[in-house]
Structure formats: structure tokens, C-alpha cells
Design a protein around this ligand. Structure first.
Ligand code: PMV
Length: 330
């Protein structure tokens, strides 16, 4: 197979209604749906180019064996022959594996770069299913803006959700700890299956998704922030009460959440979410960004506050030529 040189740029996405837990480990089908926003300013750039040997790089260093193995298995499924060399070079412009959704943008970029390098034309179903196998949150980064991913009878369904006020939204990320997280999301999801709250999580989840989609359609941000915070706290209760127990929170995390509550009580509009990590993400409208940023930065222990705006769909450069790509319609 002759490989092309492809550079794929994708953006991280942050779930407002969280995915947590798997219904089918083999195909990585999520136990619950999710609703997310793709973000600009938190990008993965992945280059695949022909080479004599295989090299897997992440942020300029050789990938950890388990990560390289995931990409090798993906290349296998795509049909790239085992003996075929290529250089796979992925760079995040934000901290990797730190609970900042790098697995989402990284997974989407890996699939986009490898499939285009192999010159394949894929259906929507193939794109979504293969990206899902790399990471449960990754298919959402195949779209710009708001996305909803639902488990359905024979797999998952990915939809873009339109929202009139989207350009006025901002996400502030208060980083509370440096470095990679100690426990990956796969492991923490396994532990969560043993939480007594697991059945309640699955049963109450569709209601949150529908409430969030209705709030989006109505442009009712206050309702959206409310369901986002509720979904986040329910999700985090699962690893806390799992076996073994896993928690991602640090004292600084809790101090940031307290600062968010204080701001809300003082009349500032916005809401928080957290992924499988100790950082806090705050959603708000542009008019409140400066005040929120000052409040978050004032919390002792916060390392920095990143700002992201709603992000676009992926971009590709194939053999040096920028080329447009959109996820094919159903
Ligand atoms: O994509 P994964 O397997 O790293 O799972 C991450 C799940 C959360 O980020 C915590 C929630 C979500 O829906 O993105």
C-alpha cells in the first residue's frame, strides 16, 4: 500500500453531559450517551508519513508501549500491512493525559490521519465506530460545535446539535495539578461498575441528555449549566464509590468548585464540569470571562487558567495540499 503524507488537526471536546462506563468493551460502546462542545485552542496535530520503519511519537517523545499498541491495532484494522513503515507524530498544544480530553482529539486525529494516508473513503459509520474504538469521547471531535453521541441497538449514533448562541460561549480551564493523571479513565470506569450507584447512573442518564439538548435548543444557558453540573457530580460519584475507589479531586479542585459557587451566589452566570482529572472547566458567556478568570486565578494552588472558544471540525493537509473534510451524512 502506498501511503500519503497527511497532517490532521482536531480539537479537544468537553462533555457537558458525561460519558462514563462501557456497555461493550470489545467495540468500546459506551453505557450512556454524552453531549459535548468541541473547543478551539486545545488542538492535536497528527502527522502520518511513509517511512522505512514504524515510529510512534507523542509530544516529541516515543509513545508509551500501550499507546503505540493502540495505534498499531488501529493501523491493522484500517488494513495497513504489518510490514509497512510510517512515522506517526502527534503533538498536543495542551497537556497530554492530564484529564484535559487529549484522548478525544488524539483519537480523532489518529483515525483521520491514518485513514487518509491509506487513501480510503469511509462511511460515517466507519469513521464513528473506529474513532470510538480508540477512545469513547473521540468521535465527538469529528464534529465542530455541540455534538451528541448515543448508544443505539447496533452501535452508536453521532449528531451535531445546532445552537444559536454558541459563538458567545467560552470555556475556562483551571489547571490544578501538573503532569499525567495516576489512574486512566478505562481503569476508573472498570472500578465504577462496582459502585452501588452504577444502576442509578445508567437509569437517570437519558433524562439529563434530553434536558441538556432542550436547554441548548431554547438557548437557556442557566438550565444547561445546571444539568452539566449535575451530570458531572454524578459521574464523579461513581469512581469515588467504586471498587477500588478512585478519585481525581485534589484539595485545589475543591477550592475551585467553592470559588465557582461563590461566584454564582454573587450573581455571575456560569457552570462547571470536570473530566477524569483534577482540573475544573467553567462554561460562561464572553461578558463574564474576565470576572470568572480573576476568581479562578485567585484560588491558591491553581497553576493557570486556559481559555477556549467553541471549536471547528477537523482540518487536513494531504501531500502538502489543504483539503476539506466533513463527516459524511448518515
Ligand atoms: O474518552 P475516555 O475514555 O478518556 O473517557 C473520558 C470520559 C470523560 O471525559 C470523563 C467524560 C466524557 O464524556 O468525555
Amino acid at each position: 500500500m502506498k501511503l500519503r503524507r497527511v497532517e490532521a488537526t482536531t480539537r479537544a471536546n468537553i462533555a457537558l453531559v458525561k460519558y462514563w462506563g462501557k456497555a461493550d468493551r470489545g467495540r468500546n460502546i459506551p453505557a450512556v450517551g454524552s453531549l459535548s462542545l468541541t473547543l478551539d485552542g486545545m488542538e492535536t496535530r497528527t502527522l502520518v508519513e511513509p517511512a522505512d520503519q514504524r515510529t510512534y511519537l507523542l509530544d516529541g517523545k516515543p509513545m508509551q508501549p500501550a499507546e503505540a499498541e493502540r495505534i498499531a491495532r488501529l493501523a491493522d484494522r484500517i488494513g495497513i500491512p504489518a510490514g509497512q513503515g510510517f512515522r506517526f507524530d502527534s503533538v498536543n498544544d495542551f497537556p497530554t493525559a492530564a484529564g484535559l480530553a487529549s484522548s478525544a482529539s488524539g483519537g480523532a486525529a489518529a483515525v483521520l490521519a491514518l485513514v487518509h494516508a491509506a487513501g480510503l473513503e469511509w462511511t460515517r459509520r466507519q469513521w464513528v465506530d473506529e474513532t470510538l474504538r480508540v477512545s469513547g469521547s473521540a468521535p465527538r471531535s469529528l464534529l465542530g460545535g455541540f455534538a451528541r453521541l448515543d448508544p443505539v441497538v447496533d452501535g452508536v449514533r453521532l449528531r451535531r446539535l445546532e445552537s444559536d448562541g454558541i459563538d458567545d460561549l467560552r470555556v475556562l480551564v483551571a489547571r490544578t495539578q501538573a503532569g499525567r493523571k495516576a489512574v486512566g479513565s478505562r481503569e476508573a470506569m472498570e472500578a465504577s461498575l462496582h459502585s452501588p450507584y452504577w444502576p442509578a447512573w445508567v437509569a437517570s442518564h437519558p433524562q439529563d441528555l434530553n434536558a441538556a439538548e432542550a436547554a441548548l435548543q431554547a438557548g437557556d444557558w442557566a438550565a444547561l449549566w445546571q444539568v452539566m453540573e449535575h451530570s458531572t457530580l454524578k459521574m464523579h460519584a461513581l469512581p469515588w464509590t467504586g471498587r477500588p475507589a478512585v478519585w481525581y479531586w485534589t484539595p485545589v479542585t475543591l477550592a475551585v468548585l467553592a470559588a465557582v459557587r461563590e461566584g454564582q451566589t454573587a450573581g455571575l452566570a456560569g457552570g462547571f464540569t470536570m473530566d477524569a482529572g483534577p482540573h475544573v472547566k467553567l462554561f460562561c458567556r464572553t461578558g463574564a470571562v474576565t470576572t470568572w478568570r480573576a476568581r479562578l486565578e485567585a484560588v491558591e494552588g491553581v497553576l493557570d487558567v486556559l481559555e477556549a472558544r467553541p471549536g471547528a471540525a477537523p482540518e487536513l493537509v494531504v501531500d502538502g495540499q489543504p483539503c476539506s473534510w466533513v463527516l459524511p451524512a448518515e
